[in-house]
Design a protein around this ligand. Structure first.
Ligand code: ZN
Length: 156
């Protein structure tokens, strides 16, 4: 008789030589993370995605591994908006070169588009969107609109 073990993060995806492992992604957000870092079906990066992996820390989590790519600060800030508990591991030569969490930025300048058609940032004025990151959503500092869901869908 064979007993199947539940998948464990480390075994589920093969190690990579160089690149980034984004761990502890809020379950269900892996595809949004890929969207944020610009991975589409047509990009050439080698990407592994594991979804709904058991994790004692947050119940279920997603994991994304990208070969030969290290994330920029701007990408980490965006990921922090949808998956604040991620840990980002930079891998160089099969070793963890740097590891850390992300921090939700307090303000977003030109990162998301205001959904309010009457907002000055949508009026063909040379005004970048400016949002304040609040616990319950993103607050437009020009028109007071509050974005509470589908944050990725509003990113520019
Ligand atoms: Zn606005």
């Amino acid at each position: 008789m064979t007993t199947l073990m539940p998948p464990v993060g480390g075994l589920l995806i093969n190690p990579i030589k160089n690149g980034t492992v984004i761990d502890h992604i809020t379950s269900g957000e892996a595809l949004n993370v890929l969207k944020i870092i610009g991975i589409t079906g047509t990009t050439t990066e080698s990407v592994s995605v594991a979804t709904n992996v058991s994790s004692g820390k947050i119940g279920r989590k997603d994991i994304v591994k990208i070969e030969n790519r290290e994330l920029r600060k701007e990408e980490m800030d965006r990921i922090a908006l949808i998956a604040p508990r991620v840990s980002i591991n930079i891998i160089r030569d099969y070793k963890v070169y740097a590891k850390g969490g992300v921090e939700r930025p307090k303000f977003l300048l030109g990162v998301v588009r205001c959904p309010n058609p009457g907002c000055i940032t949508n009026a063909h004025e040379p005004v970048s969107s400016r949002f304040e990151v609040l616990p319950n959503g993103l607050h437009c500092m020009y028109c007071d609109w509050l974005i509470t869901n589908d944050i990725t869908g509003h990113m520019i």
